[in-house]
Design a protein around this ligand. Structure first.
Ligand SMILES: C[S@@+](CC[C@H](N)C(=O)[O-])C[C@H]1O[C@@H](n2cnc3c(N)ncnc32)[C@H](O)[C@@H]1O
Length: 323
């Protein structure tokens, strides 16, 4: 099996919407920032540069290999940052442990990095022969193999439909159940391709199934909901929340969260009079999602599906010193 990623792509990760992220974070010298998905440290380096002199950054990643790459990339800033192996669904606890509240900005750059996609040991890509794993945090929770080999046909079909939007989910689930046990990425990709059959689509027939499994393995949507809430909570007044997402399921969660938290009342629209007592804590800064310019997409095809949304904290129990 030939990997389509070049060796360079395997070693690095080109961050998307970097300037836009720094702008919407309103990075200022001496500020305190959190990168919830530090990856190879591309965004974090840009934030630390803009925050110097004196700015500091707490970088989280669930993947220890990503943290090693980030540590190398961010070595020039080592006095101004701390890297923590953690899932961002534990953001509040990590901030408390590191006495890192309140902050001026929190960034999420969701999904997986090119390094993870290309790493033959991780099982994220159907183009690289590997054990079916797909866990951001190696060894924690169910692997993709555990799921494909143990879920019922119906649960597999639901998962592939819900997280992959795959119209052939039932046919694929049936083929998986017949072919199992499945051990590797390429075995699964072949089973899916055979099940889908028909004329070739624009993308590989296994794309949606692999996306669905990755989302399920890492409970990506649950982690995002928990992470957004905690990010909002650790922001000081005027602090900025910036989220870059790569597919519609993530973007919908971000959009709806920002809409809800920017409203003073979240009672059902048909209800007369407010009983919820909800107060807005955020002001949306991006009426529409910000998309990468055509030049960025031409240079980095991964940017194609990126969407950035941002908001400002307008009510906080925390005041920044002097503000
Ligand atoms: C797109 S990459 C980030 C790249 C990074 N912004 C850069 O410039 O190099 C996403 C990273 O988020 C991590 N990640 C995904 N979900 C996570 C979660 N719930 N908690 C912590 N890290 C997560 C992945 O392991 C991956 O390294």
């Amino acid at each position: 099996m030939v990997a389509i990623l070049s060796p360079n792509e395997a070693l690095t990760h080109t961050p998307v919407l970097v300037e836009e992220a720094v702008t919407y974070l309103a990075v200022q010298p001496g500020g305190r920032y959190i990168d919830c998905t530090v990856g190879a440290g591309g965004h974090a380096a840009a934030v630390l540069e803009a925050a110097s002199p004196g700015g500091v950054l707490l970088g989280l990643d669930a993947d220890p290999a990503a943290l090693e790459a980030a540590a190398r990339r961010l070595a020039p800033f080592h006095n101004y940052m701390r890297l923590v192996e953690a899932n961002f669904r534990e953001l509040a606890e990590v901030c408390r442990r590191h006495n890192f509240v309140p902050v001026h900005g929190v960034l999420f750059d969701l999904g997986l990095s090119s390094m993870q996609l290309a790493d033959a040991g991780r099982g994220f890509s159907f183009q690289v022969e590997a054990p079916l794993d797909m866990r951001f945090a190696p060894g924690q929770g169910l692997s993709a193999a555990d799921i494909v080999n143990s879920y019922s046909e119906r649960d597999l079909a639901d998962l592939i439909w819900r997280y992959g939007g795959e119209p052939a989910s039932r046919r694929i689930a049936r083929a998986i159940v017949r072919a199992r046990p499945l051990a590797t990425t390429t075995e699964l990709a072949r089973v899916v391709a055979r099940a889908v059959g028909g004329p070739h689509r624009r993308t590989h027939p296994a794309t949606r199934t692999f996306q669905a499994l990755r989302i399920a393995v890492n409970d990506e949507l649950g982690a995002l909901e928990a992470g957004l809430e905690q990010a909002r909570d650790v922001l000081g007044l005027g602090g900025r929340l910036v989220v870059i997402s790569f597919h519609s399921l993530e973007d919908r969660i971000v959009k709806q969260y920002l809409q809800r938290e920017s409203r003073d009342c979240i009672c059902p629209p048909e209800q007369l009079g407010c009983t919820c007592g909800h107060k807005a804590t955020l002001r949306i800064l991006t009426r529409r999602a910000v998309r990468p310019a055509a030049e960025e997409v031409a240079d980095n095809p991964r940017a194609r599906s990126a969407k950035l949304r941002a908001a400002e904290k307008i009510a906080s129990e925390y005041q920044h010193e002097g503000g």
